[in-house]
Design a protein around this ligand. Structure first.
Ligand code: NAP
Length: 298
């Protein structure tokens, strides 16, 4: 018997729904005199970073969040970046601050993260917020893992009691996602295994997964033989591969061989249009949450 084709997890649509829900909250906040505000600091001229910041800022404007982009040349000194962050920390109309990564090599990114007011750290990267998340008292969850949990929630895929295998242990995806999914709370309670480049018998570990999450940055690495029948596959990877027939000369693929794996899985996220749009949606969610906190103080 041939397996059914996996259901697509449509991150684009879910992100759209979330933004529509946020818009209502924002309208309400604005009526009370609080316009949520997000400031992005963009340093240097990395085209991918510029694209990310542009789409974040456009997404803000579409739903009524004030967006400010602070652009500086790549040779900016650490002190000057610190001064920008300190200024944003004290500006009342700014609810969220993000410093677009990667920063030029001479800048100490961690030191800059430490300077951001944790209550304006809508990326959820400040160690205070990471620690709160780990202890099960989340303030701001970091956006990509938060987006994945939200996708699962909206597709009624409860990770409780499931074997979840996460491929990748970065500070922005693998590690925080593992911590979130192992919490003793709803949309968590999973049995989590985290794999990385030193994992032995990777394919065998992956085959244990009821929910397999690939976040490695390795194009189409996950093949059908690594997937258990009816598994849920979440593909976080965004990789450019050359394609001369595409207008831009490349196309985007995930870390999963989508075509090969979709006939084996029960659910699968596409790339693009899966996890990617959720990251921005959760950034907006965190910003609105921060603005709500400001409104509660008024
Ligand atoms: P990263 O910092 O480069 O981390 C990659 C992780 O994957 C590392 O833990 C690495 O292991 C592991 N890894 C790499 N090759 C492996 C292999 N062959 N076998 C097993 N493990 C392997 O990457 P990241 O920032 O987490 O991003 C991962 C991917 O997600 C990228 O494609 C990125 O573009 C994408 N991403 C997407 C979003 C989104 O919004 N959708 C957001 C963030 C990232 P070691 O630790 O041992 O080196």
């Amino acid at each position: 018997m041939t397996a059914m084709e996996a259901k697509l997890i449509d991150g684009k649509q879910v992100a759209k729904d979330i933004k529509a829900e946020l818009k209502l909250k924002i309208d309400d906040l604005r009526e009370k005199g609080v316009t949520p505000g997000l400031a992005a600091v963009l340093i240097g001229d990395d085209p991918a970073s510029a694209t990310y910041v542009r789409s974040k800022s456009r997404a803000c404007e579409k739903i009524g969040i004030y967006s400010e982009v602070i652009r500086r040349a790549a040779d900016i000194a650490q002190d000057e970046v610190s001064a920008i962050v300190r200024d944003l920390n004290i500006r009342d109309e700014i609810d969220g601050i993000l410093v677009q990564s990667p920063l030029p090599g001479h800048l100490d990114e961690f030191a800059i993260t430490l300077l951001i007011d944790p209550y304006k750290d809508v990326d959820g990267f400040h160690p205070y917020n990471v620690g709160m998340m780990l202890t099960g008292k989340p303030t701001y969850l970091s956006c990509t893992p938060y987006g994945i949990i939200e996708l699962l929630r909206r597709y009624d895929i409860n990770p409780a009691g499931k074997e979840v295998v996460i491929m990748g242990r970065s500070n922005i995806v693998g590690k925080p996602l593992a911590a979130m999914l192992m919490q003793k709370q709803s949309m968590a309670n999973a049995t989590v295994t985290v794999c990385h480049s030193r994992t032995a018998n990777l394919a065998e570990v992956c085959r244990r997964a009821d929910i397999l999450i690939a976040a490695m940055g390795q194009p189409q690495f996950v093949t059908a033989d690594m997937v258990k029948e009816n598994a849920v596959i979440i593909d976080v990877g965004i990789n450019r591969i050359e394609n001369s027939s595409a207008e831009k000369g490349y196309r985007l693929v995930g870390d999963v061989d989508f075509e090969a794996c979709r006939s084996k899985a029960s659910f699968i996220t596409p790339v693009p249009g899966g996890v990617g749009p959720m990251t921005i949606a959760m950034l907006l969610t965190n910003t609105v949450r921060s603005a709500q906190r400001r409104a509660d103080r008024i």
